[in-house]
Design a protein around this ligand. Structure first.
Ligand SMILES: Cc1cc2nc3c(=O)[nH]c(=O)nc-3n(C[C@H](O)[C@H](O)[C@H](O)COP(=O)(O)OP(=O)(O)OC[C@H]3O[C@@H](n4cnc5c(N)ncnc54)[C@H](O)[C@@H]3O)c2cc1C
Length: 545
């Protein structure tokens, strides 16, 4: 085993030097003077996208090489992943060597390792252990095992029994899921202790959030796994940019679940291009008037608190520097539409807010709304940071999204784990041509690949959580999000495929996992935008430095 692991390490080093070469090539092609030009970067999008995913895979390999030290099965999963990642790298580079600025055959030295660990025989060795060892141990220690058990039990008892009904009837999330999660402290995981939450600062906060999110998402992505994402995004913005009075006013109520949060960033004409948003907040007596249309605001009906990004600087040339964040109060509502008016007799009255849920193929329960604001009044004290917060909105929003991306990776791991378990059970139970589906080589190889993709997603998320706890890891949070969300599409697809025709029937939850997983690489930074504008750009800048 040590020899095999050494070979894995050497193979990863070879792969990393190819990816580094690609990054240097990209940096060279996209340099304008001393800096990386986004316009030039856009002329090399195929390379940018591919190096972003390849570098993310290499980061995953490094994490798994550490995991491999924990035991024999861990090592098998790690080696399986490394070989798989290298094969993927070859497929990205083959025929595009000049685009990457590398030589054909640069990975030749790693081929014997890949051959040994992509072989059906090796993958079948992993498959032989799936029933007993599943996707492998998490190795997070007793404290986090307890967190995992607690949220797992909640997901099993409260979320799973209603998840199918919510999905099929596009129903609202039952209040007892929200109150139960509040009792468990789920909404206070990122709220600092001094504001009555559970966050103590450091990696424990991030790890706790990742573990809880994974388990809730195992229950259901729409009805559980995403409930704590929005409160966390707003919490981070308030902690970073709010006044002391605002922290005391909002954070304890977020922690208890009294405030349910919706986030309104996206607009009909601006999704990936957040800096261009047009919804305005215009100063008026005692506050601001909000005008314009937001879209895809998840949970905006049930929410009684909206984190709204709006343009406070009317000068269009201010771009992303002209944006600010508001905390907008509203009444909670049920169902797929809402309409509120502000009492015309009060100061700042006469405003209107109207929302309509957009029907979606999955991710149901919270509903995502298009919301029109017409002169909606927001008091000045609800501008995050008050006067000092003017123009800071874009930066606060982006910081919140960094944590959101890590959480989205954890959501993907939870959905994948659920799909894997469903696929394994079905393949064991279903007999075709006289024997169980699991007994066929192809099924075994699929399930083995699922196992190491899931464990890599998990370990990679933990690693990023630790980095973020130490004040780093912004790039890695984007990487883990990009990588794991794509993996979730394959895992859920194959889990569904293992069910044959029943995979297409609504009576098995695996079809829900498949449609739910599909949203993961669209929101919290669409895959392409994340890879091109965040990951590739940062890698090119690093290569230039
Ligand atoms: C179910 C769901 C829930 C959501 N919840 C929320 C929420 O709660 N709050 C909120 O504010 N938003 C939310 N969103 C919105 C989500 O964040 C956006 O959909 C996402 O940012 C993409 O924006 P867009 O839809 O406008 O796509 P566009 O920006 O129009 O992108 C279209 C396509 O072009 C690609 N693309 C974009 N730019 C480039 C480029 N430079 N080069 C190459 N390709 C590019 C994109 O990757 C994508 O594939 C949600 C979306 C969904 C589907």
């Amino acid at each position: 085993m040590p020899d095999a692991l050494n070979a894995a390490r050497a193979a990863v080093d070879d792969a990393a030097s190819i990816v580094d070469g690609g990054c240097r090539h990209l940096a060279h092609a996209a340099t304008d003077g001393e800096r990386i030009s986004v316009t030039k970067l856009d002329e090399h999008q195929v390379l940018g996208y591919d190096v972003a995913h390849a570098a993310s895979a290499i980061a995953g390999c490094r994490v798994m090489l550490d995991y491999a030290e924990r035991g024999e099965y861990e090592s098998m999963l790690a080696r399986g992943f490394v070989a798989d990642a290298l094969a993927d790298l070859v497929s990205r580079v083959l025929g595009r060597e000049s685009t990457w600025g590398v030589e054909a055959g640069d990975l030749a030295g790693a081929l014997p390792f890949v051959e040994g660990h992509r072989s059906p025989a090796f993958l079948q060795e992993i498959a032989a252990r799936l029933e007993r060892d599943g996707t492998g141990p998490a190795h997070l220690g007793d404290e986090f095992d307890l967190v995992r058990e607690t949220f797992h039990r909640f997901a099993a008892d409260k979320i799973r029994p209603v998840a199918e009904h919510i999905h099929r009837t596009n129903a609202d999330i039952p209040e007892d899921i929200i109150s139960g999660l509040a009792e468990l402290g789920g909404f206070g995981l990122s709220v600092p202790e001094e504001y009555e939450g559970f966050a103590q600062g450091g990696e424990h906060d991030y790890l706790g959030m990742v573990v809880a999110t994974e388990e809730l998402s195992w229950g259901s992505l729409g009805a559980g796994g995403s409930l704590i994402t929005r409160p966390e995004i707003l919490t981070r913005a308030i902690v970073r940019g709010g006044t002391e009075e605002q922290k005391r006013r909002w954070l304890p109520r977020i922690a208890t679940g009294e405030l349910m949060v919706g986030v309104m960033t996206t607009e009909p004409d601006f999704g990936s291009d957040v800096g261009g948003i047009k919804v305005t907040a215009t100063p008026t007596d005692g506050g601001y008037r909000i005008n314009g249309v937001k879209t895809w605001a998840t949970f905006a009906g049930r929410a009684n608190t909206i984190m709204l990004l709006a343009r406070t600087d009317p000068d269009p040339s201010a771009g992303h520097r002209g944006l600010s964040i508001f905390v907008v109060d509203k009444d909670p509502s049920t169902g797929h539409a809402f309409e509120f008016t502000q009492d015309g007799g009060t100061s700042g009255g006469g405003g209107r807010m109207e929302g309509r849920a957009i029907d979606t193929i999955g991710y149901r329960g919270m509903h995502s709304y298009e919301v029109a604001f017409d002169d909606w009044f927001v008091p000045a004290e609800n501008l995050v940071g008050e006067a000092a917060g003017l123009g800071k909105g874009f930066y606060l929003q982006m910081e919140g999204f960094e944590n959101g991306r890590l959480q989205t990776a954890a959501r993907a791991v939870g959905v994948m784990q659920a799909a894997f378990e469903a696929g394994l059970t079905y393949a064991q139970d279903r007999r075709v041509f006289g024997k169980p589906v699991i007994d066929y080589q192809l099924s075994q190889v699929k399930l083995a690949r699922m196992a190491f993709l899931i464990q890599t997603g998990r370990q990679f998320s933990y690693d990023v959580a630790r980095k973020m706890g130490g004040g780093e890891g912004a790039l890695e949070a984007s990487m883990v999000k990009a990588y794991v969300c794509r993996a979730a599409e394959w895992v859920t697809r194959e889990a569904m495929q293992l069910h044959g025709g029943m995979g297409y029937a609504e009576e098995f939850p695996v079809s829900r996992y498949f449609v739910d997983a599909r949203v993961l690489s669209i929101f919290e930074g669409a895959d392409e935008t994340l890879c091109l504008r965040v990951i590739a750009r940062r890698l090119a800048e690093q290569a230039l430095a």
